[in-house]
Design a protein around this ligand. Structure first.
Ligand code: IPD
Ligand code: CA
Ligand code: CA
Length: 272
């Protein structure tokens, strides 16, 4: 199954790379404030779904652009797909975007692929078999003190109801770390935690397709991932904290005083 997902991710990556040569010719539409989608997102998603369903016709799908298809009650398997994570970067020729494909089995993450077509970095993980970047085993970083850490994050950009709480976390973390980065692709951010490039990461307002694959990469690389309280709702709530085990715990401590009732409510399983 991982091989099929890799084939699909590379096919989508080819479509994205071709289109990146002629960005001016692209048709772009706006989904909501600061939320753009191009014909490339759709073409890449169609190509991925075709490869997956040709191989596994009974599997169900949850994809960013075309939504859910297939009956989850009939299939134990679901593919969760972001055909192009970092569309705004892509549209600006800023080379930080990726294809993200995850597979769940009975609701548990089982396979993960994140592919950056701009530099051919292929991150993969299979449950119980570790995480790899271009065939090299990945481990999360070993830093133990937040004061030595480089963090990744994502700013709220389309929905601003939690902006103040987010900025309070940001303000608290800036002086406690060596730096914070916001490259603009949550999938790659999580892959970078798995690769030890970041020591930790947090973001609010994400969707399952942004983070499903990245979550498995991180746990298979020895890291921890959860919601803003460290619980396991991140895929549903879209609120995520990740890091090596020591940094994960310290991040949760710094974030805790800034949690609002609304953020906590969004992390309750009933809110999904
Ligand atoms: C976005 C990117 C970005 C994150 C956003 C996502 P998209 O995905 O992952 O880093 O901050 O929340 O929506 O829309 O480019 O697929
Ligand atoms: Ca995305
Ligand atoms: Ca996307």
């Amino acid at each position: 199954m991982l091989n099929t997902a890799v084939k699909a991710a590379r096919r989508a990556g080819n479509i994205i790379n071709q289109a990146s040569k002629n960005l001016d010719l692209l048709h772009v539409s706006k989904k909501s404030h600061s939320d753009f989608v191009s014909e490339v997102d759709g073409a890449a998603e169609d190509a991925i779904i075709k490869i997956l369903l040709d191989a596994y016709p009974n599997h169900s799908i949850l994809a960013e652009e075309s939504g859910a298809r297939g009956d989850l009650s009939q299939s134990e398997y679901q593919w969760i797909i972001d055909p192009l994570d970092g569309t705004t970067n892509f549209l600006h020729g800023f080379p930080q975007y990726a294809v993200s494909i995850a597979l769940t089995h009975k609701g548990i993450l089982n396979q993960a692929v994140i592919y950056n077509p701009t530099n051919n970095e292929l991150f993969v993980a299979s449950r119980g078999h570790g995480a790899y970047l271009n065939n090299h085993r990945l481990r999360v970083s070993k830093r133990t003190r937040l004061a030595d850490c480089l963090l990744g994050t994502g700013f709220p950009f389309r929905e601003f109801s939690h902006l103040d709480a987010y900025l309070a976390m940001f303000k608290d973390l800036i002086p406690r770390t060596v730096g914070i980065r916001r490259p603009g692709s949550a999938a790659l951010d999580l892959a970078y935690v798995a690769a030890g490039r970041y020591d930790g990461f947090w973001e609010i307002g994400l969707s399952p397709w942004d983070i499903a694959a990245g979550c498995l990469l991180i746990t298979e690389a020895g890291g921890l991932v959860g919601d803003l309280q460290g619980n396991d709702t991140q895929i549903q709530s879209g609120q995520i904290v990740a890091g090596n085990p020591k940094v994960f715990a310290q991040l949760l401590q710094v974030i805790a005083p800034h949690l609002t009732d609304e953020l906590i409510e969004a992390q309750k399983p009933a809110a999904t």
